[in-house]
Design a protein around this ligand. Sequence first.
Ligand SMILES: [Cu+2]
Length: 166
Amino acid sequence: MSHSHVLRAGFAALGLLALASSAASAHDYKLGDLSIGHPWSRATPAGARVAAGYLSITNSGAAPDRLVAVESPAAARVEIHESSEKDGVATMRPVEAIAVAPGETVKLAPGGYHLMFMQPKVPFKQGHRVEGTLRFEKAGTVAVVFHVEGIGAQGGGDSGHGGHNH
Ligand SMILES: [Cu+2]
């Protein structure tokens, strides 16, 4: 077994896949009437106690659903947060769930709803793949992979400037 295989096995045990994915996969997920678009995260500085997670949820069905829980082997736990700004101060608080109405797309993005990986087991580095499981009240669970982008990333994979090629 080569050194790099040993390293990969270690990352996999933490839910972090250090593999280069094949180019330009669509990177979205289907669960019943829900589609999950482009889960991504931001690289964290060494010693960071939290890492963020972002994605979009589209409900093409006729009934509302709610994202109620997220799990990941890469962190002690994952919380659902909402950021807001009050008097020029950015704050965030945990929320119990994120509702997605029929026909609606909800984006988890910097400055709004996001997932918070609490106590990541290793720093998230650009190029890492972080496994997670999303649990919806009605649709059930779906496994997704978060692509870790650079520290300054704003989620360019959805905005169409050159596409998402890692
Ligand atoms: Cu947060």
